[in-house]
Design a protein around this ligand. Structure first.
Ligand code: AMP
Ligand code: GLY
Length: 427
């Protein structure tokens, strides 16, 4: 079948890489794609903000399946527009994607279904929000409720900082509409784990657990980013804990969404905090994570197209999903200046040398110019390694990363190190 993949990041390169494994694939189009996806299919420059243009392309090119990588086009209704003309869409409807795109919706949903999450209140008015601050213990967490590219969660340490954050979001509109409603929530202590799962709206099946590294610098220092690296599976999380989260959080979430008339089809991603009181939901995403996809899809043995179609057709219970027993790690190489204003158009060397039987370079922000690969984004590459154990996966990722060069490139040297050196086990 002809497939249209939407997005242009490392996640989409990883999805494209996996799709090209499948005998079901005829022609792959990626809109808009990057230099990495261009090696696997045909990039097409569609205006994603104009669903009619994407729908016309899908009809003209006999697209049978669309896979939507990022949340923004899902929230803008691109999936619904494609479904309306008979394209099978892997990704939730506009109504279901609210579980990510509206954090107040997500918190209300969690509370209504008695699912474990930080205590919270939602506000649109500065004065009411300030009043609520008075009785809290610090730190707290203030979140923009809309999609904010990983910049929407702020952790004020004091009452004064919290008031400034509220001013920034509610009065000065720093994040625009995304921050015009805020959620103020209790600060949770613990270890973060991402659990992603496939769902057809009824059945939900877990992927290997993953861990992102959100901070820019080694040791978890520096500002938050979109994600500087990831690994999977998380070695110190016991299967019993995953089973419990599936049973007590993921399945009830899927059941609740279906009961509300907004069945969730696609990838449900729970950002979890493992606290002393048990796992708590920090947030839901309605898609693969980036860079989580780069490690998780490396471990997927089964056909992704088959899984996607089973999700769309409501037959996920009939599909066996197999995973390699390996571990994978991804090191994100970022452009000089990222996560602030960064350099662009920088030539990249060593991409071929970095590829091996145990490593792949997934492109994030890259473009092709006269056959040369240039940087074109903040998170330029997701260099991914795998191996029989965790140590081998990390070594293979770094071995590959050392072969790639571009001016101003920087990356964390400690992806996976914390968990490698811990004896704590979560069960
Ligand atoms: P979110 O966008 O909701 O995933 O939040 C981004 C990051 O902020 C998370 O990955 C956590 O590191 C941190 N965070 C979010 N909510 C909380 C919370 N309630 N307590 C502590 N840290 C949090
Ligand atoms: N890596 C976090 C995310 O994709 O939301």
């Amino acid at each position: 079948m002809n497939i249209l993949l939407i997005g242009d990041g490392g996640r989409e390169h990883a999805i494209a890489w996996k799709l090209t494994d499948s005998p079901k694939l005829k022609k792959l189009y990626i809109a808009p794609g990057n230099a990495g996806t261009a090696m696997l299919g045909q990039n097409v420059n569609l205006n994603l903000e104009n669903p009619a243009e994407v729908v016309r392309f899908a009809e003209d090119n006999k697209i049978a399946l669309a896979i939507i990588g990022p949340a923004e086009p899902l929230a803008a209704g691109l999936g619904d527009a494609l479904s309306d003309v008979g394209v099978a869409v892997f990704g939730p409807s506009q109504a279901a994607v609210q579980i990510e795109s509206d954090k107040a919706f997500a918190k209300d949903f969690l509370t209504k279904h008695n699912l474990p999450t930080a205590r919270y209140a939602a506000f649109t008015e500065y004065s009411a929000a300030c009043e609520y601050l008075a009785d809290l213990d610090y730190p707290i967490v203030i979140k923009a409720t809309g999609l904010a590219d990983g910049k929407g969660a702020i952790l004020p340490q004091t009452h004064t900082e919290a008031k400034l954050t509220l001013r920034d979001l509610l009065l000065d509109n720093r994040l625009g509409k995304a921050g015009s409603t805020v959620v103020i929530e209790e600060y949770l202590e613990g270890v973060e784990v991402s659990l992603l799962a496939f769902s057809d709206g009824k059945t939900v099946k877990a992927m290997p657990t993953a861990q992102d590294h959100k901070r820019l610098r080694d040791g978890g220092l520096g500002p938050n980013t979109g994600g500087m690296g990831a690994y999977a599976p998380v070695p110190n999380v016991a299967q019993s804990l995953i089973d419990r989260v599936m049973e007590t959080i993921m399945q009830p979430t899927i059941d609740g969404m279906r009961a509300a008339g907004t069945p969730f089809v696609g990838v449900l991603y729970a950002g979890l905090m493992l606290t002393d009181a048990g796992p708590q939901v920090l947030e839901f995403n309605a898609r693969f994570g980036d860079p989580e996809a780069q490690v998780i899809l490396t471990l997927l043995k089964s056909d992704l197209i088959e899984i996607g179609l089973a999700c769309i057709n409501g037959t996920l219970d009939e599909v066996e999903i197999d995973w390699y027993p390996d571990a994978a790690a991804c090191v994100v190489m970022a452009a000089n200046g990222y996560p602030n204003a960064y350099a662009s158009g920088i030539p990249i060397d060593g991409l071929d040398a970095a590829k091996s039987d145990y490593s792949e370079v997934f492109h994030g922000g890259t473009k092709l110019l006269h056959g040369n690969v240039l940087s074109a984004g903040g998170r330029v590459l997701g260099v991914t390694g795998w191996g029989a154990d965790f140590r081998a996966a990390i070594d293979n990722a770094y071995l590959a990363a050392e072969k790639v060069e571009f001016a101003g490139a920087h990356y964390r040297r400690d992806i996976g190190f914390e968990v490698l050196n811990t004896s704590v086990e979560f069960s």
